[in-house]
Design a protein around this ligand. Structure first.
Ligand code: MG
Length: 132
């Protein structure tokens, strides 16, 4: 089974970073990655058919236009069962609380620890709660 993930970040090099750091998982077919450079683009992807079906969103918070919090809120309203994990450079407790209140499934800080991220993804897919 592949875990289909939508990564949302306005930084253009994030896609390359994910492809490089999850090279093995991609080659093994464990992960299938989709990318969007804004919250608006992410919603557009979600409203189309994505194959394989999306199982998880990983979203930046600070983005021009729609913020990650706004994406979280819209996504939760339309797809309440789709887990959304927030990844931010600003790991302050206010952001953490806001993510928690908004229904985020996890809250990770940049620079991304890809070992922790992989464990988080697999735990979320297995339906385990991840400590925020
Ligand atoms: Mg950003």
């Amino acid at each position: 089974m592949s875990v289909s993930i939508l990564v949302v970040d306005d930084e253009p090099d994030v896609a390359d970073l994910f492809r490089r750091r999850f090279r093995k998982e991609l080659r093994q077919g464990l992960f299938v990655l989709h990318f969007a450079v804004s919250g608006e683009a992410a919603l557009a992807v979600l409203k189309t058919e994505v194959e394989p079906e999306l199982m998880l969103i990983l979203s930046d918070i600070n983005m021009p236009g729609m913020t990650g919090f706004e994406l979280l809120s819209q996504s939760k309203r339309i797809w309440p069962n789709l887990p959304v994990a927030m990844i931010t450079a600003y790991g302050d407790s206010e952001s953490r609380q806001r993510a928690l209140a908004g229904g985020a499934a996890a809250f990770l800080t940049k620079p991304i620890d890809f070992v922790v991220l992989k464990a988080t993804i697999l735990a979320l897919i297995a339906g385990k709660a991840v400590p925020l």
